[in-house]
Write a new protein. Structure first.
Length: 314
């Protein structure tokens, strides 16, 4: 089995890659002599000009980065095979260390299609928690409205026109319940965005059309977000199904329905489509949670330490 390498580029760690792929990236100017490489058995990161004869015409350089360097693996941590762990980050040119959990991105250095998909450290999604945060508000809203209407109907105004205490209390309780319902609806929207973020995070080594941050952040741009939801939400099942079909180890990953996602978006923006959109919303969120949880609980047959052995995503 050929040796596999990690690349530290633009303050992000990418890989693993084969030697043949590294040579291809050199010819495409994606890897320069000053790019940092690391592989199993190396004590520290080294410049690309000092390893693998990638740049035979380059003069010899110091194999170690002169700034403060964090060891790719802690002294007490056993080596986890490539694809099962990420080496610690090195210091930047100013000597400021970055997070040891940097993620591969779609910056032109994605994992080659057809190979084994990297193991990622993804947080699981709770569909039950999301479901509770959308059902509870409607229940509280109905109870609050009933309480307010009932209190108003049974109130007996006093001689000075003031409402009796019992009716006033009933209306007050109803108002509190309605307020809580609106807060829970906001919480549900936050859960929804988190789940979509994690779904895009699962796809990053496969070079998807966007990053998790852009997928969520651009939804808050007025007017532009009408177009963007068709990218961040409508494009999710397309990239998901493509990537899951292109890599080893993802054959059993749950697939997402492109038709349902598109129907949800259309029903969300057309008049009188809200009831259908709400029903479809339950289905597509279930698919998103199942997909994210596949990656969250995906087992590495070569071992690795959960929470340390993969790329850290939020």
């Amino acid at each position: 089995m050929s040796k596999e390498w990690f690349v530290y580029l633009d303050e992000k760690q990418l890989g693993p890659y084969t030697e043949e792929l590294l040579k291809q990236y050199v010819t495409e100017n994606r890897i320069t002599p000053d790019s940092l490489l690391w592989s199993e058995g190396m004590a520290d990161w080294q410049k690309a000009s000092t390893v693998l004869d990638l740049f035979p015409s380059e003069p010899a350089a110091s194999p170690l980065i002169p700034a403060a360097v964090v060891s790719p693996k802690p002294a007490a941590q056993a080596w986890a095979p490539p694809g099962a762990r990420v080496a610690s980050a090195v210091a930047t040119s100013k000597g400021v260390a970055t997070s040891p959990y940097t993620a591969p991105t779609s910056m032109g250095m994605a994992a080659p299609a057809g190979g084994a998909y990297p193991f990622l450290s993804i947080k699981a999604c709770s569909y039950g928690l999301w479901l509770g945060s959308i059902i509870a508000p409607f229940v509280l809203l109905i109870i609050g409205i009933i309480a307010m209407v009932g209190a108003a109907a049974t109130s007996t105004p006093s001689s000075d026109g003031q409402m009796d205490n019992a009716s006033a209390a009933g209306i007050g309780i109803g108002g509190i319940l309605i307020g809580i319902a609106y807060i829970l609806l906001i919480v549900n929207q936050i859960f929804t965005l988190i789940n979509i973020y994690r779904a895009w995070a699962c796809l990053q080594p496969g070079a998807p059309r966007t990053t998790p941050g852009k997928a969520i952040g651009f939804m808050f741009i007025p007017f532009f977000n009408i177009y963007w939801i068709f990218v961040a939400i409508g494009g999710l099942p397309k990239d998901w199904n493509r990537i899951c079909a292109s890599y080893e180890g993802l054959e059993s990953a749950p697939r997402m329905s492109e038709g349902l996602f598109l129907a949800y978006l259309i029903c969300s923006i057309v008049p009188l489509g809200a009831p259908a959109a709400l029903v479809i919303h339950f289905i597509i969120m279930s698919q998103i949670c199942k997909g994210v949880n596949f990656f969250a609980y995906r087992k590495n047959p070569q071992g690795g330490v959960p929470g340390f052995g993969g790329v850290r995503f939020g």
